[in-house]
Design a protein around this ligand. Structure first.
Ligand SMILES: Cc1cc2nc3c(=O)[nH]c(=O)nc-3n(C[C@H](O)[C@H](O)[C@H](O)COP(=O)(O)OP(=O)(O)OC[C@H]3O[C@@H](n4cnc5c(N)ncnc54)[C@H](O)[C@@H]3O)c2cc1C
Length: 387
């Protein structure tokens, strides 16, 4: 039976980043992926992902984000692939809403450079936006976007170049403890390793159930629209944006290719338990929430819908990540439940998982991501789900 230092289960964003980190450290790594590398059935496809630091979700993410930026740029330098583009992010909402209050909390706690804009200033600086008088904006210049498929491909290629063995189209069917290590069974064979890292994305439900982590899967559609005029949506003029509006949060990315301006809603769709039950076909009515946002706040973007893609969020009840060692099997580390905002963290998650596999601990602050927090008394699920 082939034996490795570490087996990584799942080679999407987090698994490919982990395989790369471990390979850099000289570990004998086996990465197992049920589909082709860079497939479009999980959570890491759709051309781009937003990256930002003024993190409304919680100020404790900011140190991890700083490390993630460093690691993304290191990866670019190491491989010569362009992955991250900084073009600024405009956060829009009412001053006491979750988005604006959360961004301000992170800015204050970590002294981040950001600028508060009144509605009139938003309209002047970013003419495509129509914002209500009671809305404000916070612009964060270091934010931008990542090329998602290119990032995963780069992690995989760089890991393989450093000696990691990556097996696409080989699904894991079972794992069990074996001595101080693990025995992993796949559709093609059985392997032994000292450590196992589980990064199964939407399929993590299956592996984390016994740990009491209540994960669900949310179907999201990405869509691209051809604006009436292209120039005002170019990335030198138009930022990434995140808007908290009555119909539910919406975000968008500047027009960087002929498909047009990419926009999607954040949350607001039904939650399921089985990723294989999700409807993978985009539909005409998936576009309606975005068109409603455009009609009211971004009319120039409301052109032909040129492309749509379905992608999956893996949700925890509090919308924070799970990043921990297995409570009963310390030779196993898990990363899951990225709740629609994990991609930007991939390199630092990879570093943390490599630390957990190599040392059993990490110096990165991950206390808020414990797997057992859902057992705590008084836990109330977060409800930023528009009605
Ligand atoms: C529409 C959409 C928009 C998003 N926007 C942003 C954004 O702007 N910014 C941001 O930071 N984040 C964003 N996210 C979230 C981010 O993309 C995810 O958090 C991240 O991609 C999750 O990575 P992952 O490795 O956990 O999952 P995945 O990339 O899905 O990887 C899991 C992998 O495990 C494999 N696997 C599962 N089970 C097995 C098995 N038994 N055997 C072998 N392989 C297996 C799967 O096939 C898959 O390849 C978005 C997500 C979506 C869906």
């Amino acid at each position: 039976m082939a034996s490795f230092d570490v087996i990584v289960l799942g080679l999407g964003a987090m698994g490919s980043a982990t395989a790369y980190q471990l390979a850099r450290r000289g570990k004998r790594v086996l990465g197992l992926e049920q589909y082709a590398l860079g497939h479009d059935q999980g959570s890491s496809h759709g051309h781009t992902r937003v990256i930002r630091q003024a993190y409304y979700e919680h100020p404790d993410y900011v140190p991890l984000l700083r490390r993630a930026y460093d690691l993304w740029y290191d990866l670019e330098q190491h491989t010569g692939h362009h992955l991250l583009t900084e073009c600024g992010c405009l956060n829009i909402g009412v001053p006491n809403g979750e988005l604006i209050a959360g961004v301000r909390a992170s800015v204050r706690a970590h002294n981040l450079p950001a600028e508060l804009l009144l509605a009139s200033e938003i309209r002047r600086r970013f003419p495509p936006f129509r914002v209500d008088d009671d809305m404000v904006g916070i612009i964060e210049n270091r934010a931008g976007f990542l090329y998602v498929e290119e990032c995963v491909r780069t992690f995989c290629e760089a890991a393989a170049a450093l000696g990691a063995e990556l097996h696409p189209e080989e699904g894991v069917t079972h794992w069990e403890p074996e001595g101080h290590g693990v025995r992993v069974t796949t559709t093609r064979g059985t392997y032994h390793a000292d450590r196992l890292v589980i990064t199964a994305g939407p399929w993590a439900t299956r592996w984390l159930n016994e740990m009491g982590v209540p994960l669900t899967v949310m179907r999201q559609t990405l869509q691209w629209f051809r604006p009436q005029e292209a120039t005002p949506f170019r990335r030198d003029q138009f930022p990434v944006y995140l808007a908290e509006v009555p119909g539910g949060p919406v975000y968008g990315i500047p027009m960087i290719d002929p498909r047009g301006h990419k926009a999607a809603r954040h949350y607001g769709a039904p939650e399921l338990t089985d990723p294989d039950q999700v409807d993978r076909n985009p539909h005409e009515d998936d576009v309606e929430p975005i068109r409603a946002f455009f009609r009211r706040h971004l009319p120039g973007a409301n052109g032909e819908c040129t492309a749509q893609q379905v992608c999956l969020y893996t949700m925890t009840p509090d919308r924070h990540f799970v990043l921990d060692r297995h409570p009963h099997h310390p030779q196993v580390a898990v990363a899951a439940g990225f709740s629609g905002h994990g991609f930007k963290f991939a390199p630092v998650v990879g570093e943390i998982l490599a630390d957990l596999a190599e040392f059993g601990e990490t110096t990165q602050p991950i206390a808020m991501f414990r797997a057992n927090r859902f057992h705590a008394e008084g836990f109330t699920p977060k409800t930023w789900l528009p009605g």
